[in-house]
Design a protein around this ligand. Structure first.
Ligand SMILES: [Zn+2]
Length: 299
């Protein structure tokens, strides 16, 4: 019999964040939202007749704040007995809030002219991340976690971040991909990944899996701008992976043909690329996937 999987939607500002529950003999949460959505996760569990105190595992798909920010608070609510799992390349984000600020300063800060950015980023991390901790389990990919008889395989899917992983529930081949499959991106309307080659390779690797259902980290959008549900059936999952690869190829071609050219544009130095791709979003809006992604192609 398949282990039930539930998505828990916790409202946050104009949007909301998703945490998933693998409802087996040892309950596992996949991703934790931010500080402000922790109570929403606990309430969501209660609605399902479950108690946060009984959660044994916290599986993090990657280190971004909207996936990891609630970890310490939720871990505390489990009585500190849940095992927190994260990939070695993103572990720094769990251990130090400052790592997120450094990531901003090393990359996006070069494109966005805001003298107060460091201060704002620091305040945001203080607010959105509920604490700093070391994980109980650091993974590299290839591990099989035993959740009381339910086996979960870790697949390294770098690109969006270098420590992104997918978790596959063995036997039923349901896979949690976090943000490793961006399609057309979320609210910002542009796919975000730090390493384009790794991103492409990870999408191809996901295509090779005989997956059943795919669970996305956000309602990412199609080329037409329509949000997908976060839970996709087999057929839609296959379609979404193809679409994500096509979009990546289009961005790659534009980046290679047009390159960087500083200008007065908000999109500088990638204004020509924005125009070719028809991208009209505000490139400065956090998490600024436009700059992160193009930096990956052209730096
Ligand atoms: Zn992310």
């Amino acid at each position: 019999m398949n282990t039930p999987i539930h998505s828990i939607y916790a409202p946050w500002g104009r949007f909301g964040l998703y945490t998933f529950l693998i409802d087996g003999p040892e309950m596992a949460l996949v991703d934790t939202g931010v500080t402000a959505t922790v109570q929403g996760v606990a309430d969501g569990l209660e609605k399902l007749g479950r108690d946060i105190k009984d959660v044994k595992w916290i599986l993090l798909t990657h280190g971004h704040i909207d996936h990891l920010g609630g970890t310490v608070a939720l871990w505390e609510m489990t009585g500190r007995q849940a095992k927190v799992v994260i990939h070695q390349d993103d572990v720094d984000y769990l251990q130090r809030r400052r790592a997120h600020v450094e990531n901003y300063l090393n990359l996006r800060a070069h494109y966005i002219d805001d003298p107060e950015a460091e201060e704002k980023q620091t305040a945001m991390m203080e607010h959105a991340i509920s604490g700093e901790m070391s994980p109980q389990i650091i993974v590299k990919g290839g591990e099989i976690l035993d959740l009381g008889g339910v086996k979960v395989r870790v697949v390294h899917t770098p690109g969006h971040t270098s420590g992104s992983v997918a978790y596959v529930v063995e036997g039923q081949e349901d896979v949690f991909v976090g943000d490793a499959v961006q399609i057309h991106g979320a609210a910002n309307g542009f796919p975000g990944y730090e390493d384009p080659d790794a991103y492409r390779k990870s999408l191809l690797a996901l295509q090779e899996l005989e997956l059943n259902r795919m669970f996305l980290g956000h309602p990412f959008r199609s080329v037409a701008g329509e949000p997908y549900a976060v839970e996709l059936d087999k057929e839609t999952s296959a379609h979404v992976l193809t679409e994500a690869l096509e979009i990546e190829a289009r961005v790659r071609t534009a980046a290679q043909e047009l390159g960087a050219a500083p200008s007065e544009s908000l999109y500088s130095p990638y204004a020509a690329i924005a125009e070719r791709l028809g991208y009209e979003g505000d490139p400065r809006l956090e998490p600024s996937p436009f700059f992160t992604t193009l930096h990956g192609y052209l730096s």
